[in-house]
Design a protein around this ligand. Sequence first.
Ligand code: FAD
Ligand code: SIN
Length: 530
Amino acid sequence: MSHFDVIIVGSGAAGLSAAITLARTHKVLVLAKGDLAGGSTAWAQGGIAAVLDAGDTFENHIDDTMVAGAGLNRRETVEFVVENAPAAIQRLEDMGVPFNKEAETLHLTREGGHSHRRIVHVDDATGWAVQEALQNTAAAHPNITLQPHMVAIDLISDRHADTPTGAKNVWGVYALNNNTGRVETLTSRATIMASGGAGRTYLFSTAPRGATGDGIAMAWRAGARVSNMEMMQFHPTCLYNLEVKNFLITEAVRGEGGHLKLPPGVQDGGERFMDRFDPERMELAPRDIVARANDHEIKRLGLDYVHLDISHHKPEFVKHHFPNIYDKLIGLGIDMTKEPIPVVPAQHYTCGGILIDLHGRTDLPGLYAAGEASESGLHGANRLASNSLLECFVFGDAAARDIAEHWEDMPEPPAIRPWDESRVTDSDEEVVIKQTWTEIRRFMWNYVGIVRTTKRLERAQHRIDLLRGEVEEYYGHFRVTQDLIELRNLIEVADLIVKSALARKESRGLHYITDYPERLSEAVDTVLEP
Ligand code: FAD
Ligand code: SIN
């Protein structure tokens, strides 16, 4: 049993931002289930949105966010994040993030749904630079303990106390130490869930392997509400390649003039097609519209992919703006300065999550959430490009400040029972776990994807109900492994997505269902109560 002031589950942009603010006053433990840089943050390409240009305004950024979010956003959250963005960028610069500059001013790129250039970036690998700076800052702080390879299993609450009192507080986590194979009991006065998204619920996703929605499932099991889980974002341009299945081609390629085209060999092959879907904004329409257009053309014409073409620009321009993507594609035999890139839509971002307020507080005292695991009201029905990292910095910091401010009101944990392993044995059927995992991801892709129908959602719900029993039985009988923990969370999160999708009787933003093609006049969150 170990005790810390605050435990943070997640070492990405949200978790490390929170840790760095908290470390001024408190001892913090940060957990990562794999390497510290194993989350989505390190994979981010395009950049971070902030109003930094004299011709731009907060009002523009707020409007763009609300338009992309199809009006489901909570305006006070949008204002809060947008207005705190310049300060967040300054903090990152102070930590040494080498944002691209032109003549001493930050270079701003553009992405879909943005009316102005407002994306700061580090070439086309912004996330790596951000992760490195945050990690170095955190590692240098004596109040921060970084613990990779620790897989949080469940939140510790009153039901784990030696003497339960009925309190609703959260007091840390049980976590599997992958170095020792032992489950540790880690207690704290406050816990921040910064565990990222649930992209790997889908067969094709741009997200890293660990994006299995663990934090959302843990918070739900502990009694916190989750919201808008049906709002799964699909990125329009994931590389189509038989070897590399999840490499993103940043939206900034379209921002810098890239065109979507039909491949040769079909009617209108080689021509742009976005004029049939959004004639004004074309390739720079919000992501839900462009992803649906790509999906529509691929299905209508029986294609494997559509083309993303920036080869009309000078090769130096392309290489200068997208050096990492250029190198990666050259390694796969594609020269983007001379030929188009084959692309398909793939799951990319979890807009829904653990419901939080403007201070990152969840429903449960002592439990906070930030970043992709949370639903703050910023993204509504569809996230605006490059607003996600920004949300991590703003809410990581906000949660940390709230904890520091209310520290004296937070009770110390009572005596907690250690993890009981006496009733379980080692599993000899690891293969079943892997198969079930693949099955979930496949039917989520086929039945709960970009275009939905009630019948397909019900089919998915039926599969989930059947598999849930099997997974629970497995979990009850065998010693926990990372795969089993993730599978248990995956089925939980799939259930939350499907239940939310069935509850929304309209099409809005990322949720497009043919039985209800119209958008209702009132925008209402889908809030699930445990
Ligand atoms: P993550 O960075 O995903 O970190 C999650 C952390 O939680 C990890 O440390 C992980 O190990 C830990 N964790 C998870 N489960 C457990 C557990 N059970 N126990 C212990 N630890 C656990 N957004 C932008 O704004 N701009 C971009 O340019 C951009 N590009 C992107 C490109 C790609 C390819 C992808 C996939 C996403 C991109 N996004 C972008 C989205 C953005 O990167 C993510 O939303 C954001 O980084 C999420 O940060 P986070 O801190 O919430 O979670
Ligand atoms: C991208 O670079 O296209 C991803 C940006 C984002 O997800 O916000």
